[in-house]
Design a protein around this ligand. Structure first.
Ligand code: PDD
Length: 286
């Protein structure tokens, strides 16, 4: 089935959608994005993603292509048109194009570019990967210093996933100055003696929308949380570990750099957090 996608104001079949070769998203990765999950045909935490998008745009002095209400309408229309019950909506906003390549930003009145498309993922909630748990390698974090802005500069995270694949693993955690920053496309946590440990928010990591929800739910469930820097060695000695993201929710981690955690299967707290998160998300989806 051909997907309907949204490009700069138009809903089009995917093979008819076009963007300019001069678009700065294409030429300079001068673009920001969001990925929102869909369960039961509804959007999970749309508001959180819309607010983070506004922040990313503001931090880069980029114009918003439309209002939040219009954005919600586009998301909903694409989900409906493409019959998505479980899956993802990808949204990208670029600084647009003034018809040439230049390092300097185009005139402020240049229209931003906007692209949205859906991805059908029928097993997103009941994912086989989450039942097995993820094997992680650690790699150096050599990304730029504003990881709190959700830009489309994803070459290094993409290389990180390839390094993991080559090592027979599922993903990579990045390490800077001896401390874990985050996963290639998720936030990272370990659990020791019942306490959940994760890196505090700063410009070093993306302020995950799933992170915020999961930490709130963990607190409501009387779990102990410590937001502090941690090393890979500490995580290797943990009882459990997990990651969070809109595309995989709470993903248990069962191995780090070849060291098995617990009995090598998803831990009880990570599994419980995944269930709580999915239940709560279904209730509040729009
Ligand atoms: N990635 N950290 C990084 C570097 C990420 O790319 C992501 C999300 C997260 C988790 O953020 P959230 O909970 O808001 O999804 C953390 C998305 C899913 C992606 O690139 O596909």
């Amino acid at each position: 089935m051909t997907r309907t996608v949204y490009v700069n104001g138009d809903y089009l079949p995917e093979d008819e959608a076009k963007i300019s070769v001069f678009d700065r998203g294409f030429l300079m990765a001068d673009a920001v994005y969001e990925v929102t999950s869909v369960l039961d045909g509804k959007l999970i935490d749309f508001d959180g993603h819309a607010v983070r998008l506004e922040r990313s745009l503001r931090e880069l002095d980029m114009a918003a292509p439309c209002s939040k209400d219009e954005l919600l309408e586009i998301h909903r229309k694409l989900v409906a048109e493409n019959g998505i019950v479980e899956g993802l909506v990808y949204l990208q906003v670029t600084r647009g194009s003034d018809g040439d390549r230049d390092f300097l930003f185009p005139a402020p009145e240049t229209k931003p570019g906007i692209v949205l498309f859906t991805q059908n993922k029928p097993n997103l909630a009941d994912s086989p990967a989450s039942k097995k748990g993820a094997k992680i390698i650690s790699i150096e974090d050599i990304r730029w210093g504003r990881r709190d802005i959700k830009t489309t500069q994803l070459l290094y995270p993409s290389m990180g996933k390839m390094m993991a694949k080559k090592a027979g693993c599922d993903d990579a955690w990045m390490v800077e100055d001896g401390y874990v920053t985050e996963g290639t496309s998720n936030n990272a946590y370990f659990i020791k003696n019942g306490t959940i440990v994760t890196r505090p928010l700063s410009t070093d990591i993306l302020h995950g929308i799933t992170r915020k929800a999961v930490l709130r739910l963990a607190e409501e469930a009387q779990m102990k949380i410590e937001e502090r820097l941690f090393t890979v060695d500490e995580a290797k000695e943990a009882d459990e570990a997990f990651t969070t993201s809109a595309s995989a929710f709470v993903m248990p981690v069962v191995e780090i750099d070849g060291v098995q955690l617990g009995d090598g299967t998803p831990g009880p707290i990570a599994k419980r957090l995944r269930e709580i998160y999915l239940d709560e998300s279904r209730k509040t989806a729009v």
